[in-house]
Design a protein around this ligand. Structure first.
Ligand code: SF4
Length: 51
């Protein structure tokens, strides 16, 4: 489990009760390249839609 990661994306395959992330690690990327200007520019690339 990704330690100390809290996540609200409850339709992710790795999401667990209590807003926890069950992935071994997560990969965070920026939507505007390899830098970010604000929080909304970043996102979790490890996300997998739950079935
Ligand atoms: S993999 Fe990313 S989107 Fe999925 S629960 Fe973990 S932090 Fe959230």
């Amino acid at each position: 489990m990704a330690k100390d990661v809290l996540c609200e994306v409850n339709n992710c395959l790795y999401w667990a009760e209590g807003n926890l992330c069950g992935a071994d690690q997560i990969y965070v990327v920026s939507s505007i390249g390899d830098t970010a200007a604000e929080t909304d520019d970043t996102g979790c690339k490890t996300f997998v839609p739950a079935q």
